[in-house]
Design a protein around this ligand. Structure first.
Ligand code: NDP
Length: 373
């Protein structure tokens, strides 16, 4: 299915520049360029028209199963510009005060929340109360308590809650998981996850404890937390963690600059990870077993994801992550499909429980048990 999608996507992209392909009539190309019947499309409103929201909206244009149909924003000028760009009717545009009225809008199925981390919890509760499915960006919330409330609220409202874990649909990532499951690495023994970048503007919300809920760990370290779980294929049962801070002015109390953390898994696998806001382009996963290895660098960026195993290079084709994600999330929400690596609220909650425990281990300096149950 993914290779067909890839073919269609490539065809769609090249259709602009290629005037004639033997064997393809204009009519069939037009059909391929169109989205299917509205009734089978996931009709999405994006909340938070910022940098990542912009990326998701652009990627959704190529989705065969999801369509941007609504906007929720605190910035009227952005709404006007996006309305023109994506042909969004006025009746599908909201601000943060009035978006509860989305409950009376039959033309929107789901809201994709792409706002600062602290807003994910209250906004999810409101979207769920309005009876719409929620796709929420990572980290799903500031802590496990909030995460649990979100899972509960969506369950009670009878709507789905998905988290924007785009790597769970990425080709090379799924190939490494497939190889591991087939025993290609033998018994897995070790995972290393390194996630970081050099953060700029000290006034941005990512460095504000109230809005971010922490520092690098909430934003980028979560990729190594989540990656350790899907690369190893088990849930960690203990963690140790150490924090270092070289710039206490930029990284204030409660905003972590660099945290090293180690996991132990039930089978005896160990993991060693690093989360930082002070190193450039740190994006590497390494998995080792008794019979072989996989290394990926970059491992979680926007791609192409590159890497190799002891058997050779990872060579699955790159497809814009957010396009594949929206196609698959539409299948999950509308068709009841399941993701090979889950993207539901429970999955987001597990990462929050683990991150809470990492912060606890930093404070206590002890090996802390992770209670996912
Ligand atoms: P931006 O700052 O670029 O955008 C956030 C948007 O949220 C703003 O533009 C604004 O949109 C809205 N907003 C509402 N209230 C506030 C507020 N108090 N302060 C600032 N913005 C506010 O952030 P990103 O788009 O980079 O990140 C948003 C979320 O997406 C985060 O949770 C982040 O972790 C996640 N993310 C996920 C990625 C992934 O690969 N999965 C990659 C990057 C980010 P408006 O003006 O329309 O109201």
């Amino acid at each position: 299915m993914s290779s067909r999608r890839n073919f269609l996507q490539k065809l769609t992209l090249s259709a602009v520049s290629i005037p004639f392909i033997p064997g393809f009539e204009t009519k069939s190309m037009n059909v391929m360029n169109q989205k299917p019947d509205q009734s089978t499309l996931l009709r999405v409103a994006i909340m938070g028209l910022g940098s990542y929201g912009t990326r998701v909206a652009e990627a959704m244009v190529d989705s065969k199963k999801a369509k941007l149909v609504g906007l929720i924003s605190g910035t009227p000028s952005k709404i006007t510009a996006w309305q023109a760009k994506y042909n969004i009717p006025e009746k599908n545009c909201y601000n943060y005060e009035n978006f509860d009225a989305i409950k009376d809008n039959p033309d929107i199925d789901a809201v994709y929340i792409i706002t600062p981390n602290a807003l994910h919890h209250p906004q999810t509760l409101r979207v769920a109360a309005a009876g719409k499915h929620v796709i929420c960006e990572k980290p799903m919330a500031l802590n496990a308590r909030e995460g649990r409330e979100m899972v509960e609220a969506c369950k009670n409202a009878g709507v789905k809650l998905l988290v924007g874990y785009r790597m769970h649909f990425e080709g090379n990532t799924l190939e490494v998981i497939r190889m591991r499951e087939a025993g290609a690495f033998g018994e897995v023994k070790f995972f290393q996850g390194l996630s970081g970048f050099k953060i700029g503007d000290p006034t941005q919300w990512r460095l504000n404890k109230e809005l971010a809920g922490g520092g690098a760990m909430m934003d980028i370290g979560i990729y190594s937390v989540n990656g350790a779980r899907y690369m190893v294929g088990e849930e960690p049962e203990w963690v140790t963690a150490q924090e270092t801070k070289t710039d206490p002015v930029k990284f204030k109390e409660g905003v972590d600059e660099t945290i090293m953390f180690q996991f132990g898994f039930p089978s005896g696998v160990v993991a060693s990870c690093l989360s930082t806001y002070s190193m450039s382009n740190l994006d590497r996963f390494f998995l080792n077993g008794t019979e072989g290895y996989a290394e990926m660098q970059p491992s979680t960026g926007y791609g192409p994801i590159k890497g190799k195993t002891h058997k050779g290079p990872l060579d699955k084709p790159h497809i814009t992550h957010q396009t594949v994600q929206m196609d698959r999330m539409a299948e999950i929400i509308l068709e009841g499909d399941t993701a090979q690596v889950p993207v539901d609220g429970e999955e987001g909650l597990k990462d929050l429980i683990i991150i809470d425990t990492i912060y606890k281990a930093v404070k206590t300096g002890k090996k802390e048990r992770i209670k996912l149950g």
